[in-house]
Design a protein around this ligand. Structure first.
Ligand SMILES: Nc1ncnc2c1ncn2[C@@H]1O[C@H](COP(=O)(O)OP(=O)(O)OP(=O)(O)O)[C@@H](O)[C@H]1O
Ligand SMILES: [Mg+2]
Length: 669
């Protein structure tokens, strides 16, 4: 056993177990061992805390050496009682090795340790250093200041740079925008840009130019030959000539030509360019624009055609003089109607002043200038008056002057339309005369239908005359005759004669070819005169007549004969409508009433009545439902009443059967 002792005698034996001696050893060794033991821990703590110290491995060696020493002393206590000398010897040997190593290391360390600076030196060094440090911090501060200044400079530079970058971006954006705008403008206006260098025969086209030629932009060589090949063969020579012509200082290329697109469509193009030459007069650049003008040419052509059509139209009008004046009143155009109306040929009147159409009295009044002024101010001026023909004869004219303005509203001239009123007046008069004649014929035919009853009407007074005359003759034959009786008979004769004469005069006036004459009339009187002619026919047709004539009606301004014709037509229609009525009384009612602005007359019958669908058509000329009717009665009647500023209308009353015709006339207060 290694730890067993060689002998069984513990060390205390050698102290003779003298307690004093033993305890001296025990306590001393124990205290040494404990003290020694504390040192390595303290050193270990110190080493851990001051890792910056130089040679600190030396402290570790010391620690091990002292720890070994401590265990040697602890073994000294142990061996007092136990004789483990091998163990104690081994520990001692370890201690010896540690001591030797430590001693060697210490010896080798000494020169280094000696070299460590002394505290004074350190203080000096520290002072030195702090001086240097101050210097350093000053230098540092200076450096920092410079760095700061530099940084500020850099910052400023950076800011400037940022600003500049921003500015550039803005410029770039603006440029891009304006490029885009240019592109859009080119697209919108359809303008294609091109730039050609005649020396190298190289051209650059904008995308729009390609499009105009019906191509997609490409990178193929663009030279004169390629351009010419795109042109319609018939126009190539002219374009090539125009290019050659333009290739001189200040030369301008201007050509309108056709181009056949790949889809076969022919388009009209317009190219304009300018040549730039060097000092020697050699062209080095031609730059220009190309535009598709097909639509514009088409529009111009359409305009020319419509102008032509308009001119033909104006020329074909022969009843009106249609001509143009410039803003000062000089004739600029002349149509066939104007030639016919005024007698001048176009070549002799164009350039003359239009005042030559006016007669002296109008010229003295300053009419032509006034007409131009009025037309320019109001846009239109119309007047009737005398005008002169070329041969000096006069004619009544209606002239309309219309001011012509350009798109900005500036006066550029006048259009004048002159109508010969002599002709239209004659025509109007002829229509009126025909109308009157027709009315007279219709009246005559109505009266013809009344002949029998009129004869009867006249016969009555004639018979009365004859009777009274016979009676008078008989009385006078008797010498004792009563003259008073004769007188009465003569009075009756005279009255009957007057009555007959009145009827005849009515008939005559209805048949006379008199021009219409208006006078103040009592409408009731007019009604009575018509009834005097119709009582016979009413009686014959078993029609009872009812008159409801209001007194105190205002007088009307009218033509007696025409108003009688209206009443006659209405009464005859009423009688005819009751012809076929056998199951109810035949009654004709004639009413006159006061109305707010005059009066109203109504003729009511109890006849067949009116078809609601025909209520307005019955007033049309030639509308009739009668076998022998002309369909003229109501249409003539309506035109007569309207010429009297009145109204004629029909109403139906299904409850009482029959129809009522009303007419209103304005009253003269
Ligand atoms: N009182 C009435 N009742 C029913 N229908 C009527 C009456 N008056 C006119 N009409 C209808 O109106 C039509 C036109 O009447 P209008 O007097 O214009 O012509 P007409 O009597 O037929 O012929 P004429 O020219 O001989 O008068 C008549 O054919 C008839 O159908
Ligand atoms: Mg009739």
């Amino acid at each position: 056993m290694f730890f067993s002792s060689g002998s069984d005698t513990p060390y205390g034996h050698y102290y003779l177990w003298d307690p004093g001696l033993v305890w001296l050893h025990v306590i001393s060794d124990a205290l040494i061992a404990l003290s020694y033991l504390s040192i390595p821990f303290t050193l270990a703590y110190f080493v851990v805390k001051r890792r910056d110290l130089p040679f600190h491995w030396m402290f570790v060696c010391f620690g091990i050496f002292i720890l070994a020493g401590s265990s040697t002393h602890a073994m000294g206590v142990w061996t007092l009682w136990h004789a483990d000398y091998w163990l104690s010897g081994s520990i001692k040997a370890i201690t010896a090795i540690a001591s030797v190593i430590t001693a060697i290391l210490l010896v080798r360390l000494v020169p280094h340790a000696v070299a460590l600076p002394s505290p004074a030196l350190l203080r000096f060094e520290i002072a030195e250093r702090s001086g240097a440090e101050k210097e350093l911090s000053r230098a540092n501060a200076e450096l920092e200041r410079r760095v700061e200044a530099r940084t500020a400079e850099l910052k400023k530079l950076n800011e400037d740079l940022v600003l500049e970058i921003g500015e550039r971006k803005r410029i770039e954006q603006t440029l891009r925008k304006s490029e885009e705008q240019l592109r859009l403008a080119q697209q919108a206006s359809g303008l294609g840009l091109w730039d050609w260098d005649p020396r190298t025969d190289r051209a650059v086209w904008s995308d729009q130019t390609f499009r105009i030629f019906g191509l997609e932009p490409d990178n193929q060589k663009l030279d004169e030959a390629r351009f010419v090949a795109l042109i319609y063969p018939g126009d190539r020579t002219a374009v090539k000539l125009a290019i050659r012509e333009a290739l001189r200082p200040g030369g301008e290329f201007d050509a309108e030509y056709r181009m056949q697109r790949q889809d076969g469509q022919l388009r009209w193009l317009l190219s304009k360019g300018r040549t730039h030459c060097d000092a020697a007069g050699q062209p080095f650049r031609m730059i220009g624009l190309t535009l598709d003008v097909t639509e514009r040419r088409q529009a111009a052509e359409d305009l020319r055609r419509s102008d032509e059509r308009f001119r033909l139209l104006v020329d074909s009008i022969t009843d009106y003089a249609i001509f143009m004046l410039d803003s000062a009143g000089f004739v600029t155009s002349w149509n066939t109607g104007a030639e016919r109306l005024k007698g001048y040929q176009a070549q002799e009147i164009i350039g003359q002043h239009f005042s030559c159409f006016y007669c002296d009295e109008d010229l003295r009044k300053g009419e032509p200038a006034m007409a131009l002024r009025e037309a320019a101010a109001a846009g239109r001026y119309e007047a009737n008056g005398w005008r002169l023909r070329k041969d000096g004869t006069r004619f009544q004219a209606n002239a309309i002057l219309t001011a012509l303005q350009d798109e900005k509203g500036a006066l550029i001239g006048f259009a004048k339309i002159t109508r010969d009123l002599t002709e239209s007046r004659l025509a109007e008069e002829a229509v009126q005369a025909a109308h009157d004649e027709l009315a007279r014929v219709v009246r005559a035919s109505t009266l013809g239908a009344l002949t029998a009853s009129i004869a009867h009407e006249i016969n009555q007074p004639l018979a009365a005359i004859v009777n009274n005359a016979n009676a008078a003759r008989r009385i006078l034959a008797n010498p004792e005759s009563d003259l008073e009786e004769v007188q009465q008979a003569v009075i009756d004769i005279a009255e009957a004669g007057t009555r007959a004469a009145e009827i005849i005069s009515h008939i005559r006036s209805l048949l006379k070819k008199n021009a219409p004459q208006k006078s103040l009339l009592d409408i009731n009187q007019v009604i009575r005169e018509v009834l005097a002619l119709t009582t016979g026919v009413l009686k014959k047709q078993h029609i009872s007549l009812r008159t409801e004539l209001r007194t105190e009606l205002p007088p009307v301004l009218g033509d007696r004969v025409q108003l009688q014709q209206v009443l006659l037509n209405l009464i005859m229609n009423g009688i005819e409508a009751m012809n076929a009525i056998l199951d109810r009384p035949r009654v004709l009612v004639i009413r006159s009433e006061r109305r707010e602005l005059g009066l109203e007359v109504a003729v009511k019958d109890y006849g067949t009545g009116l078809d609601p669908q025909h209520l307005e058509r019955i007033f049309d000329t030639f509308f009739t439902t009668k076998a022998s009717g002309m369909g003229m009665g109501l249409s003539i009647s309506r035109s007569i009443i309207e010429a009297h500023n009145g109204r004629l209308w029909a109403s139906r009353d299904p409850a009482t059967h029959g129809a009522t015709f009303h007419f209103s006339l304005p009253g003269m207060a």
